[in-house]
Design a binder for this molecule. Structure first.
Ligand code: SAH
Ligand code: AVI
Length: 322
């Protein structure tokens, strides 16, 4: 009952080499957050979800635990759940339970760039949900979105965890428009978004006292060391997490602690960092309902369901083709 297509080929390695070369040569330097997620990066993200300061996972879990039956009914009792950036699919169980209880659960399609966690998630889910077909895709969802299998009946496409917030506005707009084009008239998108709140809480969520987020951030350097023959010294960088209140997004960086030169053998380039120089590794955008409505409208989507946790920290919205 498990079929997983892996699209991490030579083309993916070339895309990574191209991205990293361009990012390290731009001013300021920048790396894409999708490169965080090797096996270690996925494990570190799972640890982040359990941190006292990192509320988004708990808030989203609260909504899914309370409202999944309603969400599934509102989405028309779909037989297929497609999940973008599925990871361990820990919270997704609430949706799968609700689909099973509604008698519509047939197929789960996890789509993730991290092969280890996707294989493990598929193995666990077929055991937990007898009769469930898992048709996964290990790929970059921005490059391979159109490879998502079509289905006989309705599909619910879930993009949870707030991962849409890690995309830049133009990238996000293009991505949501492509999702809108994939949806049939009866299909629905379920989107998880963290909401705008006080700077202190946001900055604490991305700079925890145990240093797990710092380790997660620096892990991207380890990925480049392994994949591109780089010689980054992880101890020569520090984690920086600041809220940009104008753009309503967390801005996450690595700051060089010294003047240093880093060699990336596979790219045949050497890159200079001066002491104090910051390289952006991730943004994490925070939303309001009004802003999301306008983002949806620009992408050809409209909200048909809005669910928040009791504290109003986080929202799940259901959207349909406009
Ligand atoms: N949905 C889970 C995991 C969120 S972490 C949760 O809510 O807890 C973000 C996930 O998206 C990771 O599993 C990561 O591997 C995946 N991811 C990030 N960028 C991706 C990309 N470009 N293509 C496919 N998967 C991606
Ligand atoms: C996956 N993504 C939604 C997380 C976030 O909150 O932006 C990644 C993360 N980065 C640091 N902590 C968590």
């Amino acid at each position: 009952m498990i079929a997983i297509e892996v699209h991490l080929d030579a083309e993916a390695s070339e895309a990574m080499a191209r991205d990293v070369r361009a990012g390290l040569q731009s001013e300021p330097k920048e790396l894409a957050p999708k490169y965080f997620y090797d096996e270690r990066g996925s494990q570190l993200f799972e640890q982040i979800t359990e941190l006292a300061e990192y509320y988004p996972t708990r808030a989203e879990r609260e909504i899914l635990a309370r409202r999944s039956a309603e969400i599934v009914a509102e989405a028309g009792a779909p037989g297929t759940l497609v999940e973008l950036g599925s990871g361990s699919a820990a919270k997704t169980r609430h949706l799968l339970d609700a689909m099973r209880d509604a008698g519509c659960l047939d197929t789960y399609v996890p789509v993730d760039i991290s092969e280890e966690i996707t294989q493990e998630t598929a193995r666990c889910l077929v055991e937990e949900y007898p009769g469930l077909a898992v048709r996964g895709l290990v790929c970059d969802f921005e490059r391979h979105l159109e490879r998502i299998p079509t289905a006989e009946g309705e599909r619910l496409v879930a993009f949870l965890g707030g991962t849409v917030g890690n995309l830049y506005p133009a990238q996000r707009q293009g991505f949501l428009s492509r999702i809108a084009a994939l949806l049939g008239p009866a299909d629905r998108l379920l989107l998880g978004t963290d909401l705008v709140k006080e700077t202190d809480r946001l900055e604490a969520a991305y700079d925890d006292s145990l240093g797990v987020t710092a380790e997660f951030n620096k892990n991207v350097l380890q990925v480049l060391n392994r994949e591109l023959g780089a010689d980054f010294d992880l101890d020569a960088f520090e984690h920086v997490a600041r809220y940009d209140s104008d753009r309503e997004r967390m801005d996450i960086r690595l700051r060089s602690l010294a003047d240093q030169e880093v060699r990336l053998e596979e790219l045949d380039v050497s890159v200079e960092f001066v002491a104090g120089e910051e390289m952006r590794t991730e943004i994490s955008t925070k939303f309001t309902r009004a802003r999301l409505e306008s983002i949806y409208a620009d992408a050809g989507l409209e909200i048909c369901g809005w669910f928040t946790d009791a504290a109003g920290d986080y929202a799940l919205s259901l959207a349909r083709p406009a």
